[in-house]
Design a protein around this ligand. Structure first.
Ligand code: ZN
Ligand code: ZN
Length: 370
């Protein structure tokens, strides 16, 4: 079968021939790959960064945001049958720490986890993939068209879920963590795929959503944001001070820019008792100058929380499937606009390197659903 591989560290990507995987254990599920999304991580890998080949190998199959259709199952598999749609998770636990042993490899203490398509394990940019049922999340047929967004949505779902639970734990007047977001002022910094999917989840939870980015008002990301009831602000036209004046103090900041200066500036916007979750990972760069005393004074005096969040557990993948289903029902037109580009596997070079203002999510299309 064909697979898209990279030689880590070289910046070289190939359409290679790989042996087709087969069911080798009673809990295995084999998927025919339908679509695999491309994100900044894949682009970093294709530029020579980030990727680690499996032990003893020189190259790595890339791709971690997948959607497939079940073609075969091991004898002990009960949750899916051939024809069902599903998504395999990315991370596999270290097998040692308390988090991984508790099925929470997203909170791994040792860092010795592997990630399919990123760190020490082949990914999903291939015609077929096999893995254990415990890493599979079923996707309803009705939302298979956007099922490839499950992984990026799971990252947003985790960050939002953690924030709501922290708020409910410290603000004792809330019974249901899931209700904390309702009516709150939320700011999303960076409306790329994860930011935009966070906006979708927050709108579903009844938050008042403002998205901040530097793309043109008339481009597709602000358009989708407005279609789901959010408001867009252009970062070059409004600074943090203006946001506070125009929107008011923010109860929940969801950061997805990965720009360190911006990550600190956003703290100025926080309301009393607010929570701020950062999901962007800045590249090493020049030192950032911040008004440290003022920021820490504000944080303490206003009971504010700043949180970092990465990856997702199976619980968040299931939440992601639910968010996508609810959003597809409520805003079918907007949700259909999120996958903007579809490439054939042989066109991987364009998929990895073309990167325009009209882009939200780029996918490689491996096959069509039955
Ligand atoms: Zn990704
Ligand atoms: Zn671990």
């Amino acid at each position: 079968m064909k697979a898209i591989t990279t030689m880590p560290g070289t910046g070289r990507v190939f359409l290679a021939d790989r042996e087709e995987p087969h069911i080798a254990a009673p809990d295995h599920v084999k998927l025919r790959v339908l679509q695999v999304g491309i994100c900044g991580t894949d682009r970093e890998e294709a530029a020579g960064g980030r990727a680690t080949a499996p032990a003893g190998k020189e190259d790595l199959v890339i791709g971690h945001e997948m959607l497939g259709q079940v073609v075969e199952t091991g004898e002990n598999v009960t949750s899916v049958k051939p024809g069902d749609f599903g998504v395999f998770m990315v991370r596999r636990g270290c097998g040692e720490c308390a988090a991984c042993l508790n099925n929470r490899s997203d909170m791994c203490y040792t860092g010795a986890y592997t990630e399919r398509g990123i760190k020490g394990a082949d990914g999903y940019q291939a015609a077929y993939v096999v893995d254990a049922e415990q890493y599979l999340v079923k996707v309803p047929a009705a939302t298979a068209d956007i099922g490839v967004l499950t992984e990026p949505m799971s990252v947003a779902a985790k960050a939002i879920d953690e924030s709501m639970h922290i708020q409910a734990a410290r603000l004792r007047d809330i019974d249901d963590p899931g209700s904390w977001m309702k009516g709150k002022r939320a700011l999303i910094a960076g409306i790329g795929p994860i930011g935009l999917l966070a906006a979708v989840a927050l709108r579903l939870r009844g938050a008042d959503v403002t998205g901040l980015d530097v793309v043109h008002e008339d481009s597709v990301r602000p358009e989708v944001l407005r279609m789901i009831g959010g408001r867009y602000m252009h970062g070059d036209l409004v600074g943090p001070d203006n946001i506070r004046a125009l929107v008011g103090p923010i109860d929940f900041v969801f950061e997805a820019t990965g720009i360190a200066t911006m990550q600190f500036e956003l703290m100025d916007l926080l309301a009393v008792n607010a929570i701020y979750v950062a999901t962007g990972i800045p590249a090493a760069g020049r030192p950032v100058t911040i008004p440290g005393s003022a920021l820490m004074q504000q944080l303490v005096l206003n009971n504010q929380v700043v949180l970092g969040s990465v990856n997702a557990s199976i619980y968040h993948y299931r939440q992601a499937v639910e968010y996508l289903a609810a959003a597809f029902e409520r805003w079918p037109k907007a949700m259909s606009k999120i996958i903007t580009h579809r490439y054939a596997p042989g066109d991987f070079d364009n998929a990895l390197h073309l990167h325009g203002a009209d882009e939200i999510k780029v996918v490689i299309e491996w096959s069509r659903p039955d």
